[in-house]
Design a protein around this ligand. Structure first.
Ligand code: 5GP
Ligand code: ZN
Length: 112
């Protein structure tokens, strides 16, 4: 189990924070799969969505909605993927819950 001290999301530079509320914050993914790829995380170091409280879930989805508005203003995407890889076998590589908010652009899956 990764400790908070070693966790990259517990060590995000405050200058990288795009939006926050009492229980959660949002920042750009370090290896974005599309322009504007954002992660929304709880302030508490917790690995799984299913370990979060109802208050944390509300705070997380408050920021998902607010980040969507910001990304629409900044990049005018056509759609979004919203998702959580919950557990190593599901592809989770950082054991601090993160909701991916991935802006999608018409044609962005087409072969070059
Ligand atoms: P997962 O595979 O766990 O669902 O996603 C982890 C995400 O965290 C990946 O998209 C990866 O690019 C991103 N990531 C990993 N380490 C860092 C970091 O130190 N800073 C930022 N901003 N993103 C990170
Ligand atoms: Zn953490």
């Amino acid at each position: 189990m990764m400790t908070e001290a070693a966790c990259p999301f517990c060590r995000i530079d405050p200058a990288q924070v795009l939006l926050e509320n009492d229980l959660a914050f949002a920042f750009h993914d370090g290896f974005p799969v599309t322009l504007g790829h954002t992660l929304v995380v709880p302030k508490r170091h917790v690995a799984s969505f299913f370990e979060t409280t109802a208050e944390e879930q509300a705070a997380l989805f408050d920021l998902v909605g607010r980040m969507r508005e910001l990304l629409l203003q900044q990049h005018a995407p056509d759609a979004f993927n919203i998702g959580v890889n919950d557990g190593v076998a599901a592809g989770q590589t950082v054991p601090h819950l993160h909701i991916h908010l991935i802006p999608r652009y018409a044609g962005d899956t087409e072969d070059p």
